[in-house]
Design a protein around this ligand. Structure first.
Ligand code: F3S
Length: 423
């Protein structure tokens, strides 16, 4: 039986406006379905905002009508109200400035801006990234948050000890408005103990090793599980971990993943499992990683016309690496080479001269979106390459063209050569 505080009951009674009432009504229904006994206070919300194509389900040009129905499940039109917590936007459908270079029309660009400006009036900060933890959205141990990005849940729960579930796009908006979420799942500390043990029996040194390790663990992980990973993992780094968790969330759906000796709730193996025995123990070998690579890297070679890096969005350190590699080089004629990052990270890259170096090579630095979330997937490309398991995995299912996966440097070299070579 769900218990509400006086403030929550007042919201539900409509004392604080129509939208808060609608938002908490939805949260209460959600809590009842989950069997939650109370709600918890959300301090940060990361929402999927912009003129995304799924919003076309409501045939209307009236933004308030669309948002009421799609985000708040209300047939009655309700105006937005100030958000109840710190709130920033996830990846959108396009780069808000260079959208035409991605193949978006002027009308699509204007519509996207209208949505973002509308949300912004009510306190949702236009950030447009899937790496909110690199742009000021850093919930601490025990803090409750919501996010629409699957790997961000893993990072913020596992690395920061913060509390969130993979709630879905609409719940993010409800929480942003009423600053509440059902106290359920990872919001309860006892539920965060490991269930499955992965012993890593191979060298994990590079970003690509971590990316493939996450993808591989995900392939073996049953649903509703919490993996605990141990091995020689001393190369651990927040940038490597963004790939590790993004690829794990691609092949499975965990919301927590402990790394023994590194993540705060897994100082020891015993702590990671909370005294319980693992339900299953699996050893990950180099052969498993090689198998994952084969699954997402088409075993062919030849001329290439699309290369994309930056999934999850590149950090400033990675922008520097791209600039160092591309300096003085040229992208081959006929190759589109996209480099994706967050707008605030691009501002730093601009300031440091990295964007100029990258773009002088013929590559294009884009923000606030990616091939997967954008409206403009490279459908006409005849051969594509990505340096991220997540992007390669998903794009593979949306094209008949060969899709390749490889190290960032290998992808950049392919853009320069205009050719993908089998190693
Ligand atoms: Fe981010 Fe798009 Fe990858 S949202 S995690 S760059 S699929």
């Amino acid at each position: 039986m769900l218990r509400l505080t006086d403030y929550e009951q007042e919201m539900l009674d409509g004392k604080y406006g129509k939208l808060k009432k609608k938002a908490i009504e939805n949260i209460v229904k959600y809590a009842n379905v989950l069997g939650a006994e109370e709600l918890c206070e959300v301090t940060k919300a990361h929402v999927f905002a912009g003129a995304h194509s799924y919003l076309h389900a409501v045939e209307s040009d009236d933004i308030e009508e669309v948002i009421s129905e799609m985000q708040f499940c209300s047939k009655e039109k309700i105006s937005m109200e100030k958000v109840g917590c710190f709130c920033q936007t996830d990846c959108g459908p396009m780069d808000p400035i260079k959208y035409k270079s991605m193949g978006c029309t002027e009308a699509e660009g204007i519509k996207n801006k209208e949505y973002l400006d509308y949300y912004s009036k009510f306190g949702i900060i236009k950030v447009g990234t899937c790496v909110p933890y690199l742009t000021g959205f850093i919930p601490l141990m025990g803090e409750h948050y919501v996010t629409s990005e699957s790997h961000a849940v893993l990072i913020m729960n596992s690395l920061f000890g913060a509390c969130g579930n993979a709630d879905g796009l609409e719940a993010g908006y409800w929480s942003a408005i009423c600053s509440r979420i059902p106290k359920w799942g990872n919001h309860i500390m006892e539920n965060r103990k490991g269930t499955h043990l992965f012993n890593v029996d191979c060298k994990i040194k590079t970003k690509t090793d971590w990316d493939l390790l996450g993808y591989t663990i995900g392939r073996f992980l049953p649903t509703h599980s919490i993996p605990v990973v141990q091995g020689d993992l001393n190369s651990i780094d927040i940038i490597f971990l963004k790939y590790f968790y993004a690829s794990m969330a691609t092949t499975s759906g965990p919301e927590m993943c402990h790394i023994v000796g590194h993540t705060p709730e897994a100082k020891t193996l015993e702590e990671a499992f909370g005294g319980n025995e693992p339900l299953e123990i699996k050893t990950i070998t180099k052969a498993d990683l090689d198998c994952s690579r084969k699954l997402i890297n088409d075993q062919s070679e030849g001329k290439i016309d699309y290369v994309s890096i930056g999934c999850p969005h590149l950090s400033i350190e990675e922008m520097q690496q791209v600039a160092n590699f591309m300096k003085g080089k040229k992208v081959a004629d006929g190759v589109v080479f996209h480099v994706w990052t967050a707008a605030s990270i691009k501002a730093l890259a601009d300031m440091n001269g990295y964007t100029q170096i990258i773009e002088e090579s013929g590559a294009l630095v884009l923000t606030s979106s990616c091939p997967l979330t954008s409206e403009k997937k490279p459908e006409k490309a005849y051969r594509l390459a990505f340096d991220s398991c997540k992007q390669a995995h998903y794009i593979k299912s949306s094209t008949d063209a060969p899709v390749h996966y490889g190290e960032m440097e290998v992808c950049m070299q392919a853009a320069i050569d205009g050719e993908w070579r089998l190693i």
